[in-house]
Design a protein. Structure first.
Length: 160
């Protein structure tokens, strides 16, 4: 049994997502400001509101969601399956023995992330707070930002 470290805020893909979210949010706010101050039509002001809201989620909200999700997540590893539970009624699992496994360690070697199953474009959204982009598509599951990487990898080697 284990859980993700909620103090880890950024994933490697955030190198791209943070600048993009700042550009998106900045553009949406400038659009909305211009629409409110320079336009006599309410249409443009209303049109910009969803873009501002999405920009706020990209910039700030996804980190709040990600921390909240990490506080509720529990990982389990049996002899045959990797299990991720995000609430009392929700869990995902995948076979461990024959599934491809990708292991990433943090630069300071204090955390490890293990992703089970296929990669692909859907896996890019794992652990970003934007998992909904891959809704309805197989993403694989992962143990993200585990604070004791040696114990996790030792146990993973034992069951494989």
């Amino acid at each position: 049994m284990g859980h993700p470290d909620p103090t880890v805020r950024f994933a490697p893909v955030d190198v791209f997502l943070v600048p993009f979210s700042l550009l998106w949010g900045g553009f949406a706010i400038v659009w909305e400001w211009q629409a409110i101050t320079a336009s006599e039509s309410i249409f443009f002001a209303l049109w910009g509101i969803p873009f501002v809201l999405v920009g706020l989620y990209f910039t700030v909200g996804r980190f709040i969601y990600k921390k909240h999700r990490k506080l509720r997540t529990v990982y389990g590893l049996t002899d045959s399956r990797a299990i991720v539970s995000t609430s009392e009624r929700s869990f995902d699992d995948t076979p461990v023995k024959d599934a491809p496994v990708r292991v990433n360690r943090s630069r300071d070697n204090r955390h490890a992330t293990v992703v089970f199953g296929g990669g692909g474009r859907q896996a890019a959204y794992l652990n970003t707070g934007m998992d909904f982009f891959a809704f309805g598509q197989a993403q694989g599951i992962g143990f993200f930002d585990v604070a004791d990487p040696e114990a996790l990898l030792r146990e993973l080697d034992r069951v494989r």
